[in-house]
Design a protein around this ligand. Structure first.
Ligand code: SF4
Length: 463
């Protein structure tokens, strides 16, 4: 009997330890004298990216070590300011979370896929660990509700705005501590070594899934190689329960690398950043994903990050002040930093809903004018603009923490314009590719309408 694979409880096949992934044999067949087993034919050429993917698969103990180091660092950053409360410790923790960590994570997902989720995320590690040693129940129907990513991200964003997460450590503690506790509880109750929390409930899973669509690297599945493979494949533990054979998107894949080389068909590979968006089939895009993109990301998240310093925000606050609403009520410190912050939530929720609805109307009309089978691929063309502008807003929030250390952010506006210019160009180019296979006047009108949605999003950031 082959030895049990210690981490996941599966039986693993014996492999020849080779960098070039030359033949993989199953132990069961190697001992058979009349074996008809065929070694997997060696790859003609393995790219450095594929080698890196294979290394992740081979060095799972090192990956596990990195994961637990991240858990330790995360725990220290959350607990040290609680155990030894002082301005210095809480400011350093806020800097690590919001000034460095959050911008780097979002950027990494857009540039390289969800390696953060698969290798570094402490919540992912904890929920998988709890799931391996917990009750192992099957996933209930309520968890599978498709509206969870939208609901969780909107609630988290609105709470973060009310509590002033970047200014107060207790808000950071609530904002990060509650999801970690829920991740542990979900893991303890459901799945067997799986990441049920990450798949359905994590507040940023949907966001990362959208951002990863423009990643220039992904785990590619070669269907021909998959079918040709004649050995006995080893068992793998895909924690987010992906149907790897059918995998075409980088959205759900946590890029953990465990399936690298599987059936000689799965490889980490480069691709054009527009490939996934341009090849999207409208009928396979869920309405819940469109709601998430237009209402939650383009509406709620965009306004949360773009409007606190805007003209519209000032006008709204003056109106509230002149209406005589109370501004001096003392609220629990963990709930909201001030009554003004609670009033701001209404502006963000109402403005975000209106913006999402307007974008939806424009995109549907543009899709109809261009006679597209579905308007949804056109909405996906806005992913670069929405994603990169959110990244710019996240950096802005991070700069406010850096400013406490004396960093001058006078250059931020230029940085924001550069990001917006780059992202708008990408989205316009994607729109042109989707709308203009021919140049009929109706298609040009449709493109103009689509351009209006890009302009609208730019104006929201520049207001
Ligand atoms: S498909 Fe699953 S096992 Fe493979 S890299 Fe993605 S998350 Fe990991």
């Amino acid at each position: 009997m082959p030895p049990p694979y210690p981490q996941y409880g599966f039986h693993y096949c014996i492999e020849t330890p080779s960098r070039t992934r030359t033949p993989i044999y199953c132990a069961q067949k190697v001992t058979d004298n009349n074996s008809t087993v065929q070694p997997v034919s060696p790859d003609k050429k393995i790219s450095p990216l594929a080698r890196f993917g294979d290394a992740l698969e081979r060095h799972h103990a090192l990956v596990a070590c990195i994961q637990w180091m991240m858990v330790l660092l995360y725990g220290l950053l959350l607990l040290v300011p609680v155990i030894s409360p002082s301005n210095d410790t809480s400011r350093a923790a806020r800097l690590m979370f919001w000034g460095i960590g959050w911008p780097v994570i979002v950027l990494s997902v857009m540039l390289s896929g969800r390696f953060w989720c698969g290798i570094f995320c402490p919540d992912g590690t904890l929920t998988e660990f709890a799931s391996r040693h917990g009750k192992k129940r099957s996933i209930p129907r309520w968890i599978r509700w498709k509206g969870w990513p939208c609901t969780m991200l909107a609630l988290t964003t609105l709470y973060g705005q009310a509590a002033g997460f970047q200014n107060h450590f207790h808000a950071t503690l609530v904002l990060l501590g509650i999801p970690t506790t829920l991740a542990l509880a979900t893991g303890y109750l459901y799945g067997n070594g799986k990441r049920i929390w990450c798949m359905y409930l994590c507040p940023v899973s949907g966001l990362f899934g959208m951002l990863a669509k423009q990643s220039p690297i992904h785990f590619h599945v070669d269907k021909e190689q998959w079918t040709k493979f004649e050995g006995t494949p080893k068992r793998i533990n895909c924690a987010p329960l992906i149907n790897i054979r059918q995998m075409q998107s980088a959205s759900a894949c946590h890029a953990c690398g465990r399936c690298s080389g599987y059936r000689n068909a799965v490889r980490l590979a480069a691709r054009h950043p527009a490939q996934e968006i341009l090849s999207a089939n409208g009928h396979s895009i869920e309405n819940a994903d469109m709601c998430f993109l237009l209402w939650c990301m383009a509406g709620i998240c965009t306004l949360s990050l773009a409007w606190p310093d805007s003209f519209w925000h000032r006008l709204y606050m003056e109106t509230i002040l002149s209406a005589g609403l109370p501004f001096d009520t003392v609220l629990p410190i963990w709930l909201a930093e001030s009554p003004a912050a609670l009033y701001r939530l209404f502006l963000i929720a109402a403005g975000g809903t209106l913006l999402g609805a307007v974008l939806y109307g424009i995109l549907r009309l543009a899709g109809r004018l261009a006679n597209l089978r579905s308007w949804k691929p056109l909405a996906l063309c806005l992913v670069p603009l929405i994603g990169w502008s959110l990244f710019s807003g996240i950096c802005h929030t991070g700069f406010s923490v850096w400013q406490e250390y004396g960093l001058d952010s006078i250059w931020y506006r230029t940085f924001e314009w550069c990001i917006l210019g780059f992202a708008s160009t990408c989205s316009l180019w994607l729109g042109m590719k989707t709308i203009l296979p021919n140049r009929a006047p109706a298609r040009l009108a449709s493109l103009a309408l689509y351009g209006l949605s890009v302009l609208l999003l730019d104006l929201v950031w520049l207001a």
